[in-house]
Ligand binder design. Sequence first.
Ligand SMILES: NC(=O)c1ccc[n+]([C@@H]2O[C@H](COP(=O)([O-])OP(=O)(O)OC[C@H]3O[C@@H](n4cnc5c(N)ncnc54)[C@H](OP(=O)(O)O)[C@@H]3O)[C@@H](O)[C@H]2O)c1
Length: 378
Amino acid sequence: MSTASTLYSAAEDAAMEAALEAALAGPRGANPLVGAVILSPQGEQLATGYHRGAGTAHAEADAIFEARKNGVDTAGTTMIVTLEPCNHVGRTGPCAQAIIEAGIARVIYAVDDPHDPAAGGARTLTAAGVQVSSGLKSGKALDLNRDWFDAVAAKRPFVTLHIAQTLDSRIAAVDGTSQWISCPESLADNHGLRGLIDAILVGTGTVLIDNPRLTARTPDGELSARQPLRAVMGLREIPEDAAVRGTDGRFVHLPTRDPAEALGMLFEQGVRHLMVEGGSSILSTFLAADLVDELIVYLAPTLLGSGTPALNDLGITTLADAQHWSWDEAGGGAVRILGNDLRLHLRSPRGAANINRNSVSQTTAARGEAAEYLTGGN
Ligand SMILES: NC(=O)c1ccc[n+]([C@@H]2O[C@H](COP(=O)([O-])OP(=O)(O)OC[C@H]3O[C@@H](n4cnc5c(N)ncnc54)[C@H](OP(=O)(O)O)[C@@H]3O)[C@@H](O)[C@H]2O)c1
């Protein structure tokens, strides 16, 4: 296998850029964002694929499928992919095998797969006579999934934090009412996410105040086919008749106030993508501990003036210590209008470390009417 010092052609370089761009269309979560492009021996981009999230075809298989659909012969072509092709049979087949069966002669990937059960695809390909090299645009590929690499290295779930809030950052009114701050479109979006994640978590406070079900439901109220594990964190007992217990056995009480311990317990149970749903104390404890990878905020054009703030103290006393989140274009964009709400998608200060903060205003400025909401004032 060659290394980053290998010289790549302009066509291969451009194909890797296209693969990185394609990867961004997928959702963040249990699996990394991955994009793939099949290149002809003449350097023509024949097919593009990307990964649409856990349980769906990997980028390589998606590109091969796309090629076949369009009658493209993949024999003798080059596969350009942002992550080492996987070697394992998870919910989908191993990509290394699909590449071999497609007669692809050469594979150029950006970064190794750090995930134990999936790693080793390059070795399998090489053993089958496929020419393999890696390192092309590895910096960009690492940045694309930096939060996911962090979560894998720390052996904890990838953490998405969800906030449904008013314009003045309230998640409930003084009397405790909070259903619903978001518009139906935002609620539907949230329930779509619930159907993709492995687990959803709230604090004991939310259970005692709201008695939520925390199930994934379709817009007409039916249970979705895939349900997350429902987790409640905190020391108080969960009432026997709490709705969150459900009847399907997919409920767990985490008797701790330590977010890292809670993540460890969930990881042990096989959870690889967790959505932290609230309330303020729980949101704040995960943020203060730097244990959030992705932030999804549904911002309703509503004012309360008082009530439960979205966040409590994060332990920040000076602006120099502020958390600078970064707009995330993955999975549908950084800023979307959903019904009457704005849906904001951000990645953690860790993941954003290499991104120029000026890109925030460039991103929003490119977003037409949504930018109007965000760029006014300072
Ligand atoms: N709009 C939204 O998106 C949304 C979503 C969810 C909730 N909410 C609203 O949020 C409000 C509830 O917020 P909340 O802050 O009272 O409840 P919470 O965050 O759900 O739960 C707070 C409780 O969690 C436990 N806990 C566990 N770890 C903790 C830690 N590290 N620090 C502090 N507490 C910890 C504590 O109880 P123990 O004594 O049991 O340990 C604490 O009292 C409700 O009004 C609900 O409607 C809004």
